[in-house]
Design a protein around this ligand. Structure first.
Ligand code: DGL
Length: 273
């Protein structure tokens, strides 16, 4: 690998930083460009046409600014727009859905998994379809209020616990009615690893012993596999710069907490409406 490989990482907001956090130690000799399309978030409440337009614009920006590889660190954009993105850029693209389903397969001890995701990801049934190819039955639960709470930094707030408890109780009841007991809960939105602790805690409270898994590490491993790289364990040489389409100060402040590294500067980007 050339030391100046540039990897573009894209999400609607902070969520994709969970994927960047997993990538930095595994591909340490790269430069990263992260783009959070915060002005147009949430993607998960929008139509396929709109999500595809936003995602293609973001992907092209990253390619035009030097990325020679793209990671779509957003389940919604992967589920609704991966073919549109690959049609419009000339560089390799890795999404999060297939790696996420692989992670669920590795964690599951029966065939039932629960996938928590945005409304658009759930409506696409992308997880149900890929899970079925692994012999898993995925029950998909839309959790539209979670992304705004995470973007607000309310990852430990009582309101987050109240909302999450309602979603999880409903999902477990729906599965019980179908005769299903999940052995793994897949966080099918890259914002959700930031609330993995509360998800695990509330599952216990509701009597479930399901394991909580996310797509971040699995996606980072898929990138190393696509690049034919040996596993590395240092972040020593990795460099990154960040763009956001709105709220750059908030992005730098909360993003540093989520990335667990200082984000010194976030450049404001206008991708249009
Ligand atoms: N982080 C995105 C995902 O993985 C969704 C956020 C949004 O709705 O904009 O689906």
């Amino acid at each position: 690998m050339s030391p100046r490989t540039t990897i573009g990482v894209f999400d609607s907001g902070f969520g994709g930083l969970t994927v960047l956090r997993a990538l930095l130690p595994l591909v340490p000799n790269a430069h990263y460009i992260y783009l959070g399309d915060t002005a147009r978030l949430p993607y998960g409440a929008k139509s396929q046409t709109t999500i595809a337009r936003y995602a293609v614009e973001s992907a092209k920006f990253l390619e035009d600014n030097g990325a020679d590889r793209l990671v779509i660190a957003c389940n919604t954009a992967t589920a609704l727009a991966l073919p549109d993105i690959t049609d419009h850029v000339g560089i390799p693209v890795t999404g999060v859905i297939a790696p996420g389903a692989q992670a669920a397969l590795a964690a599951a001890t029966n065939t039932d998994i629960l996938v928590l995701a945005t409304a658009a990801t759930v409506a696409s049934h992308a997880y149900r379809d890929v899970a079925a190819t692994f012999g898993l039955q995925a029950h998909e639960k839309a959790c539209p209020l979670l992304v705004p709470l995470v973007e607000e930094g309310w990852t430990q707030h009582p309101v987050l616990f109240d909302v999450l408890r309602i979603y999880l109780r409903e999902a477990l009841d729906e599965m019980r009615a179908l005769g299903q007991t999940p052995s793994a809960v897949l966080l099918g939105c890259t914002h959700y690893p930031l609330i993995a602790g509360p998800v695990a805690e509330l599952l216990r409270e509701l009597g479930s012993d399901a394991r909580v898994v996310d797509s971040a590490d699995a996606t980072a491993r898929a990138v190393t596999a696509a690049m034919n790289l040996p596993a590395a364990t240092t972040t020593a040489d990795a460099t990154f710069n960040c763009y956001a389409t709105d709220s750059v100060e908030k992005f730098a402040r909360l993003g540093s907490l989520f990335l667990q590294r200082e984000i010194a500067e976030v450049q404001l980007l206008d991708l249009g409406g």
